[in-house]
Unconditional design. Structure first.
Length: 388
């Protein structure tokens, strides 16, 4: 094993599972990254914190550049522990991600007139953070645009030299129609569809758009990272940490790089081998399923143990008021050694969107998740080989 492989082993075993050696890192990983370490901290802890911070900053740049756009909601990398640190250096997201279409209908093979609230450039009102807003204006050209209509995508841009956002109407076969830009920080709403009308006058009764993940908006034009200033504890060269297009962490030194590993994949002192890998495809609850209404279940492949399930909230009841991306009483979660021996875990009563729910024992192989009325959730099981 090379020096960088050994050093990376220390990083993954302490940094992404426990996030550090001491200093309450296991109990408060976000605080470990945000708060500067005291002078008496050892060199390894300082290096672990610094490379974690650099990983967070590289992740923010990947997000701002749209590098994860093709991954989909369930495969988008999770760096929730980075939030407080990135916010403290003004590199955090400007808004949170959300699920669900902003309108109903629009799925027919017909041309549509689309009406929306569109934010326009505010002229001399930039310093007042106020935008001129035109509500309910038609945003499509004469003759409309071919369906299906999928919503509005918002991308980072600039107006002159000022950070701004540009809206794109998504329609037809993965096509987009530009709606223009608005300055960031405006007090008026984001671009939003208010109504749809079929050009031929026929009823718009071909169904609703599927739920979609709208990622957070990140600051554009984040500066390039300078070289690391915290030296590695030992070794014969410089090292740095990188994030690949799938959100995996790679540590390199003099051209020698580790195998990409997802955030949170370290062994840690009590994890028994880490979360492993996705087991099977994600399953989404369906209230109209006659056999298992709003419930999904399954068991991992033979020879493996269930390390947990990752839960995404894909639908919430109308007018539901949660706490950001934290949902109360959205679902119930069971895990156990077989489909007939399941124990309820308490995490389901309040979950963060994308939360990884861990079994209460190491002998679990099966799971069941039931969404409450009005909610739909998608569940991805994780497993790893049983230890000999």
């Amino acid at each position: 094993m090379t020096w960088i492989t050994n050093l990376a082993g220390l990083f993954f075993d302490t940094a992404t599972s426990a996030l550090g050696a001491g200093f309450q890192a296991l109990r408060d990983p976000a605080g470990f990254l945000k708060d500067d370490l005291p002078p008496e901290a050892d060199d390894l802890t300082k290096w672990i914190q610094d490379r974690n911070r650099r990983a967070c900053r590289r992740h923010a740049r990947n997000e701002a550049d749209g590098l994860y756009s093709d991954l989909g909601a369930l495969r988008r990398p999770r760096y929730a522990h980075c939030g407080p640190y990135l916010d403290s250096i003004n590199e955090g997201p400007d808004s949170g991600g959300s699920y669900g279409p902003p309108f109903t209908g629009g799925q027919c093979s017909a041309n549509y007139r689309v009406f929306a609230t569109r934010n326009l450039t505010p002229g001399n009102a930039v310093g007042q953070n106020v935008c001129n807003t035109t509500p309910g204006v038609e945003i499509t050209p004469s003759g409309g645009l071919p369906g299906p209509i999928r919503g509005i995508r918002i991308a980072n841009t600039t107006i002159g030299s000022i950070p701004a956002e540009e809206g794109f109407l998504k329609y037809g076969n993965n096509q987009e129609f530009s709606l223009g830009g608005r300055f960031k920080g405006c007090l008026s709403p984001l671009f939003a569809i208010t109504s749809l009308q079929r050009v031929d006058g026929q009823p718009d009764n071909c169904g609703n758009p599927p739920n979609e993940y709208n990622p957070p908006s990140w600051p554009p034009n984040l500066p390039s990272l300078p070289p690391p200033t915290i030296a590695p504890p030992g070794g014969d060269g410089d090292d740095d940490i990188f994030i690949d297009p799938d959100g995996n962490i790679v540590i390199c030194e003099d051209g020698d790089c580790t195998t990409p590993r997802p955030p949170g994949s370290g062994n840690g002192p009590d994890s028994g081998g880490g979360p492993g890998s996705p087991d099977g495809d994600p399953q989404e609850t369906n209230p109209n399923d006659p056999n298992n209404p709003n419930e999904v279940s399954g068991c991992v492949e033979d020879g493996n143990v269930l390390t947990g399930v990752q839960i995404e909230v894909t639908q919430a009841p109308p007018n539901y008021q949660g706490l950001g991306d934290i949902y109360y009483r959205s679902c119930w979660v069971w895990m156990g050694p077989s489909s007939g021996l399941l124990d309820m875990v308490s995490d389901g009563k309040a979950i963060e969107d994308g939360q990884f729910v861990i079994p209460d024992s190491r002998d679990c192989t099966c799971f069941k998740v039931r969404a409450n009325p009005g909610f739909r959730v998608s569940v991805q099981a994780y497993s790893r080989p049983k230890e000999e």
